[in-house]
Write a protein that binds this ligand. Structure first.
Ligand SMILES: Cc1cc2nc3c(=O)[nH]c(=O)nc-3n(C[C@H](O)[C@H](O)[C@H](O)COP(=O)(O)OP(=O)(O)OC[C@H]3O[C@@H](n4cnc5c(N)ncnc54)[C@H](O)[C@@H]3O)c2cc1C
Length: 376
């Protein structure tokens, strides 16, 4: 059965997570007929399961190609939040207060001092904190803390609201979003992409963006699929009013993220359990231990919710952003534990490529071809 012509387009984006919606929003603004095809509903997977940290300085290593991309992505959020609010009337709760990393041992302190040193050299804002300064900034953290680092630029956003606002903006700009429609494979004609199949339907477009998150390696017909694998993470949400924390607070084992709605999210685990989002006792125990180590007062606070999501991981921990192995195919996936941070920028880069424009950053470290040798 042929799809209605209205679902054919200039670009088909497979996946309605933060990456796919960001790509669609940028494409629609540029006048491209854009169709997002999502197998469930918008934001059904990692993009709403995440904690919403925007933390390049806490996450990236010195010299990693991820660092420059991540710093750029953090700046991108500063412009995106007000733009989305102006366009859609939806706030995304981009926090203004920064992130504090805690040290509990001499080894933690040494690690934070080393991080501070290279970040200062790189010209990034970061401050060492003594134990009293940590407690002054965050009176509810564990009194056993022996030092910390304050990173004013790293912060958080409400990723659920962000996904909602991106979808609203993409639609307002003219993109179509089709939900409940699993894409099964690529349509390939004369050696190039010509669309996708979704069950018995064919949706036609000369460019397809694979924004399928942890499922990105499963698009049939791709000769060099990105080797993305699902990495499960658990989150526990605490209900607290007034909020116990003012900043995002990290330990060497995990984090607490205060939300504007009064909840505090605790995360997370790193588990290779296939495509299984079951919330397990072991996962909850691990996250509760992280939370109570950072803020023992949480022991008396109501647990409001818990869930698990699947991060799109890659063998080298770097994203896959750039052209695929067929003309017309573009990848924007593998954002692993930084997809809320990187997603809007990655989507916009994919949109630029889809329009035949040069990418705004060097994509060589993120090319899918880096995995070609491993497949031979
Ligand atoms: C517990 C947890 C905590 C995290 N915390 C943070 C954080 O604090 N900061 C941060 O930056 N990142 C964080 N992340 C990572 C971040 O959530 C992901 O990297 C990001 O959401 C990936 O976005 P995406 O759009 O690529 O994938 P997804 O949001 O997973 O979207 C992919 C979409 O593709 C759809 N899809 C899949 N297959 C098909 C198909 N065949 N046909 C049609 N549609 C399909 C799915 O239904 C899904 O909606 C966290 C992740 C988890 C799980």
């Amino acid at each position: 059965m042929a799809a209605p012509a209205a679902l054919d387009g200039d670009v088909i984006v497979v996946g309605g997570g933060i990456v796919g919606l960001s790509a669609a929003r940028a494409l629609a603004a540029a006048g491209a007929r854009t169709v997002v095809v999502e197998r469930q509903r918008v934001g059904a997977e990692a993009s709403t399961a995440a904690a919403g940290m925007l933390a390049p300085q806490a996450e990236a290593e010195e010299g990693s190609p991820l660092l420059e991309l991540a710093l750029r992505a953090r700046d991108h959020h500063s412009a995106l939040a007000p733009a989305l609010e102006a366009e859609t009337g939806l706030t995304v709760d981009l926090a203004g207060r920064g992130l504090i990393e805690l040290a509990f041992t001499a080894e933690d302190r040494r690690r934070l001092a080393a991080r501070r040193e290279w970040q200062v050299r790189r010209g990034l804002a970061v401050e060492a904190l003594g134990p009293a300064e940590v407690r002054e900034a965050e009176p509810n953290v564990n009194p056993e803390v022996c030092g910390g680092l304050y990173v004013p630029g790293d912060r958080c956003v409400d990723n659920v609201r962000l996904v909602r606002a991106l979808a609203a903006s993409a639609v307002a700009r003219g993109a179509s979003i089709v939900t409940g429609r699993p894409v099964t494979g690529l349509v390939v004609e004369n050696g190039r992409v010509a669309g996708v199949t979704a069950a018995a339907e064919v949706l036609r477009a000369p460019v397809v963006i694979n924004a399928m998150g942890a499922w990105a390696g499963l698009l049939a017909g791709d000769p060099l699929p990105p080797p993305v694998e699902p990495v499960r993470g658990h989150i526990v949400a605490f209900d607290m009013a007034p909020a116990l924390l003012r900043h995002v607070v990290c330990s060497p084992r995990g984090y607490l993220v205060p939300r504007a709605d009064g909840r505090t999210l605790a995360g997370s685990t790193t588990e290779r359990a296939g495509f299984d989002k079951t919330v397990t006792a072991a996962g909850l125990r691990a996250v509760l231990a992280i939370a109570l180590e950072i803020a023992p007062v949480l022991a008396d606070v109501r647990v409001a919710d818990s869930w698990a999501g699947l991060r799109p991981g890659t063998p080298d921990g770097l994203p896959v952003i750039g052209p695929g192995a067929l003309p017309g195919l573009i990848h924007a996936t593998g954002l692993y534990r930084n997809g809320i941070l990187l997603g809007p920028l990655a989507g916009e880069i994919a949109a630029a490529l889809a329009r035949g424009l040069p990418p705004p950053v060097d994509l060589a470290p993120f090319a899918v071809t880096r995995f070609a040798a491993a497949r031979r």
